[in-house]
Design a protein around this ligand. Structure first.
Ligand code: RNT
Ligand code: ZN
Length: 418
């Protein structure tokens, strides 16, 4: 059988259980997923020389990391061409590009420092998401930014946040697509603090001040990301789950952002997605793979990844959930890391769209739990690979591992010469 025949056969098999694979492929093509620039250079950015701080860490020393905006864009381009689907660009403020005008501190950054990124995104028909960078900087004082008791420090970071709102608005205006602006800080304490509420009250006030900067609510989507703990800040995190979720719930227009590396290991974000969708018109996700902790391994097509995608799809929430990848592995080819993670999430979404969700839900509602188990298990071995192959063919990318040859060639010719 050739590819066309295989797909037709698969389409019939899925149709028999009520799944329209053509419709699934058509839907996939429209769903934007945000690709994080920071996988390309181990979260280094272009505005500082110091180490990565904030309780996050990249491990590994694979050769060929991008050192300049040009290299990062070039590498990302290689990756983008080998992934199916619609992409958005996810930037951090530390990736500002300072040209002859010279360097400015983070509280003074302007849209012009991102003009090259806008040109890059526009040429590729991508929207842009944005993140103020509250880490890896001299002004992080005693591990604190927006929750710092030092007013000068806190003011600096509030001004940074406001500058980022203005830049987010610019991104949305330029690209014609909304910009999700995510606030995450690693603020916290290594050991038992005496005051857990004071830092949070300051954090709350700081976010309110940032969001008092005028912006168009249809264009800029601010969100707050929680975390359970970070390296060196094991005892207390100001932006805990309860803190950020309550902030988002009580502040009109602010979205909660869940990163599936940021919870206790037995908690699953797949279960939290439908819980939040009961209350929030829109939510945001950072999709990662935590191994034992917030290790930020490359996203694979594992059970929880599939389960998260299923929750978005079966609750009809593809238009309500802003999806972004967030991981950083410096121990393997960084371009492959981008591609494997992006393709894995694409597979998870397409798989979710090829699940007979309405039928399964009906079985649950009729309490036919035996049949539900039978069906959920049998669908796992349906010919998903043939649908994936057709989707990749329509997107003009390879459906199997043959994409790696392109990356390997680029590694030999470009990366290893850096
Ligand atoms: C850190 C958070 C945060 C960062 C990025 C770089 O634990 O997940 O989202 O990964 O902002
Ligand atoms: Zn994250």
């Amino acid at each position: 059988m050739n590819q066309v025949q295989r797909y037709e056969d698969a389409r019939d098999r899925y149709a028999a259980v009520g799944v329209d694979t053509d419709a699934a492929i058509r839907r996939m093509i429209e769903i934007p997923v945000s690709l994080h620039c920071w996988q390309g250079d181990d979260v280094t950015g272009f505005d500082h020389d110091g180490p990565l701080t904030g309780g996050i860490q990249t491990t590994g020393n694979y050769p060929g990391k991008a050192r300049t905006p040009e290299e990062l864009m070039q590498d990302m381009d290689v990756a983008l061409k080998l992934m199916p689907g619609k992409k958005k660009l996810n930037l951090h403020a530390s990736y500002a590009i300072f040209e002859d005008d010279g360097f400015v501190e983070r509280d003074k950054i302007e849209p012009k420092h991102f003009a090259k990124w806008v040109a890059f995104a526009k040429e590729r028909n991508m929207g842009i998401d944005f993140n103020p960078t509250f880490f890896s900087h001299d002004k992080v004082k005693d591990g604190l930014t927006l929750s710092s008791p030092d007013e000068e420090t806190r003011r600096f970071w509030i001004e940074h946040g406001k500058a980022c709102i203005r830049i987010s608005q610019y991104f949305a205006e330029q690209t014609g697509m909304p910009c999700v602006m995510n606030i995450w800080t690693g603020d916290g304490y290594k050991d038992i603090p005496a005051d857990r509420m004071g830092p949070r009250l300051r954090y709350k006030d700081s976010i309110e001040q940032i969001l008092s900067e005028p912006y168009d609510k249809k264009l800029v989507k601010p969100c707050v990301e929680s975390k359970v703990f970070g390296i060196g800040v094991e005892a207390f995190t100001a932006g805990s789950a309860e803190f950020t979720l309550t902030f988002a719930a009580t502040y009109n227009g602010c979205l909660p952002l869940m990163d599936n590396g940021h919870y206790h290991p037995t908690e699953v974000v797949s279960d939290k997605i439908p819980a939040l969708l009961c209350f929030f018109p829109e939510i945001a996700l950072h999709i990662t793979r935590p191994i034992r902790w917030d290790s930020d391994h490359v996203v694979l097509l594992d059970d929880e990844t599939r389960e998260m995608a299923k929750e978005i799809v079966r609750n009809n929430a593809l238009d309500r959930v802003y999806m972004a990848l967030d991981y950083f592995d410096a121990s393997i080819n960084r371009i492959s890391a981008w591609i494997v993670g992006f393709r894995s999430w694409q597979k998870a979404l397409l798989g979710a769209l090829c699940t007979p969700n309405a039928e399964l839900k009906k079985l649950q509602e009729e309490s036919r739990m035996t049949e539900l188990m039978v069906m959920q298990e049998e669908i796992k071995t349906y010919p998903f690979g043939d649908v994936w192959e057709e989707y990749c063919r329509e997107c003009g990318v390879s459906s199997d591992q043959s994409w790696f040859a392109t990356v390997k060639k680029y590694e030999d010719e470009v990366l290893l010469k850096r």
